[in-house]
Design a protein around this ligand. Structure first.
Ligand code: DGL
Length: 264
């Protein structure tokens, strides 16, 4: 297989990374994508660093066997460990946290809200990357312990989702009048409508857009783009494939060509 024909790998603790697939398909329609979502072990955001590292290494080995040319680490929680993961991989890893933080810096935002998993917030990964470029930016962060797992169930009409959004964003707004909010967990853009209904005046930042740009830049720079016009999406999950089919439909993805259970 030529390097260019190899697929892009995308991994996430669950269905959330399909929001990254959406942006990749928009920007790089010719690329084949192999996705792994570890729904059997979601939420990662309530686990220890070592647990997250070991679970992620299993996903990376799975994707390595699929001969990926790079991996978009769609999960923010996992991306906080990217420096520890990079030396373990023979292919480049593109971090969603780095991409999202770089966007805030480029936009020169004076103040920004961040809603993410508790793990992501505790690591301070967004803060460190933003402050390295924009030291005066005020970052008001809140970790949600429940939202990712609620979304991973695939039932988007639960009132619990709006309650969890309201409770957490209210904490941010009580600290500072932010106008921009980073959806710092890939699961959250799946319920962007709920965020908009609860907080219509907030501008939502979905770092998946910037991560897709970063993947494109890498492929162009390394001359690894796939010349075909329409790529295939293959989904593997340790959870329930029906939820992935439903989310793929909700996000209006092309495909998946196949969606199956895989154990790590
Ligand atoms: N999708 C993951 C993220 O972007 C989090 C979900 C989880 O806690 O597993 O952070």
């Amino acid at each position: 297989m030529f390097q260019n024909d190899r697929p892009i790998g995308v991994l996430d603790s669950g269905v959330g990374g399909l929001t990254v697939v959406r942006q990749l398909q928009r920007l790089l329609p010719g690329e084949d994508i192999v996705y792994f979502g570890d729904s059997a072990n979601v939420p990662y955001g309530n686990r220890s660093e070592d647990e997250i590292f070991l679970l992620t290494m299993k996903m990376l080995r799975f994707l390595e066997q699929k001969q990926v040319k790079c991996v978009a680490v769609a999960c923010n929680t996992i991306s906080t460990l990217v420096e520890r993961l990079r030396p373990e991989c023979p292919f480049p890893l593109i971090s969603i946290v780095e991409a999202g933080a770089d966007f805030v810096a480029r936009e020169k935002l004076r103040r920004v809200g961040l809603i993410a998993t508790e793990f992501t917030v505790k690591t301070g990964a967004y803060d460190a990357r933003i402050h390295a470029q924009l030291p005066d930016c005020e970052i008001v962060a809140k970790g949600s312990p429940n939202l990712a797992a609620l979304i991973d169930k695939g039932d988007f009409n639960q009132s619990a989702i709006n309650e969890e959004i309201t409770e957490n964003v209210d904490v941010i707004l009580a600290k500072a009048p932010v106008e921009d909010l980073i959806l710092g967990c890939t699961h959250f853009p799946i319920v962007a409508e709920n965020f908009r209904a609860c907080f219509p005046r907030l501008r939502l930042i979905d770092p998946a857009e910037q991560q897709a740009d970063a993947v494109k830049n890498l492929l162009v720079y390394r001359k690894l783009s796939n010349p075909q016009t329409r790529g295939a999406l293959t989904i593997h999950t340790s959870g329930d494939p029906a939820v992935y089919e439903a989310v793929a439909k909700r996000l209006e993805l092309f495909g998946p060509e196949s969606c199956e259970v895989a154990s790590l």
